[in-house]
Design a protein around this ligand. Sequence first.
Ligand SMILES: [Zn+2]
Length: 341
Amino acid sequence: MSFVRTVRGDLDPALLGRVNYHEHLFQVSPLLPGDELDDEAASGAEAALLVASGFDAMIDATPSGLGRNPEALARISLAAGLAIVATTGAHREAHYPTDHPIRGLSASERAERYLDELLHGMPRRDVVRNEGAENGGPRNDSPLIDDENPRASDDTGAPVRAGLIKAGIGYWSITPFERATLEAVAAAHVETGAPVMVHLEFCTAAHEALDLLAIDGVPADRVVLAHADRDPNPALHLELAARGAWLGYDGMARPRTRSDAELLDLTSAVVEGGASAQILLGGDVARRTRYLAYGGMPGLAYLGERYLPQLRARIGTDAVEQMLTANPQRFLAWSGPSRAP
Ligand SMILES: [Zn+2]
């Protein structure tokens, strides 16, 4: 039977309810100074606001090495009544300082690590920098799990596992670091059938990323292109959808770069083009200065309370409901092991 892997165990996809495909409850990156999400009480309070805005489940899209907190995710999931799918893999290279321990890992070492996080559990503490070097000590290439950093477990003692694998690439750029991540993500997918997310900068190199993943055995219909809406070109989106890829729309509430009006136009055009069954919706708010519970705004509830009513008025309630339920249920269900061609 197919399942979705959450931080508190596996779920029947049909029981997921409404899914926000892209948020972050914990994230620490040198690219986002002052925007650290690292306070469990505040992140838990924001998660409760997300639930109150009409969501039952979310993907925590923070991959390894950026301050994930798996045990806190499990606690927040329980307290908020929110199913949470955690993420393994790596972000685009720019998020990792030059001394970050994960930079030293080969593609096969990364694959081993991602698989371990999917199958056996994530480490309790996520390494965010090379603490050894910072203290004048030796480079810290600590293994995934050791005595000092055991596997994360929930209140029942069960391991907290990842349910999705992520890679990130740059603006028309795939560095050797990012290529190694894509290879490792593909290897972990082929072993498990876990869903794959690719972070894109302004939707550039989407075809190229899908090509590289396909060569390594990941079909496009197992991949969501995160931030696809940052290039609001319906023709491009329909081409990507024709290949089978999922389109991640998560750029609402950013009028400085693009009005919600453009996102509504894009979504409407892609639905008219026949690809409504391949759209996933999330907020990717991602910054503490944008979280109500951290003292910022507009918060994770913006999507459900402000944006979705406008989207429903444009494309209808049924199409929106499909994007929140049937689509993510299909995307998140593990498809089982496969063999690379
Ligand atoms: Zn994100």
